[in-house]
Design a protein around this ligand. Sequence first.
Ligand code: ZN
Length: 273
Amino acid sequence: MNLLNTTSMFLLKRWYLLLSVILFSSCNSVMEMIPLDIDKNLGEQFSYQINESQSEYPFLDPEKNKEVYDYVENIKNQLINSDKIKYKDQFPYTVKIIQDDNTLNAFCVAGGYIYVYTGLIKYVDSESELAGVLAHEIAHAENRHTVKQLAESYGTGVVISLIFGSDYKELVNVGQQLLSLKFSRGDEKEADEYAVEYLYDTKYDPRGVGGFFKKLIKEEKDHNEIPDFLSTHPASQDRIDDINTKWEEMGSKEGDTGTEKHKEIVKLLTTKN
Ligand SMILES: [Zn+2]
């Protein structure tokens, strides 16, 4: 680490103190005191790594698949236009499609970088299910679950280096572990509930994410295989029940499933690639 001037030392001490508090408390008020720059910095580094790792995360050709990109982009835009999205001006909320039909997954890195696999797009039955998964992932970013988990899993030192951006190697190591980072059950429940809220402000059926979990559970029973999304997002009837309860509390609004539109997109995706 470079020699620190007095101001930096002061900041470092101040953050060290603050982050020590985080280890003992994960309450929201403490999270609110951590600057959003940490999420943004982490997201930038991670998206850079993904861009540079095209053998592992090959992007679907955007020119050849304009309709598919427009479709996913439109869903994402409807979601982030919800009044409940706090960081739409701070986070970029970009969405990229990874061409891999065998991976049933989607994720949103801290700071609002969304990735969705072609395997997931082809797997879901409707636009509202896809919107539900994206909403759930956006909720993880909005609620800053990654930074919260990092502070809890790796300790204050790593998070401090993220603030100062002083150790790129360490950032890379952290980035590589982000994908396997497991959120707590509480964080998953929170993301499910926010997904219902975000969807409620769109034309889609707000229970979209529940429909997706239902299909996953059935899949697990029939094939005895655990899809990627399930390894980090254990599905259960409890989760589906909680989603339905949240939906009822909000007024049980029904919306479009967009099943036909989704079929058209999957057909395009299959014929063009
Ligand atoms: Zn999740």
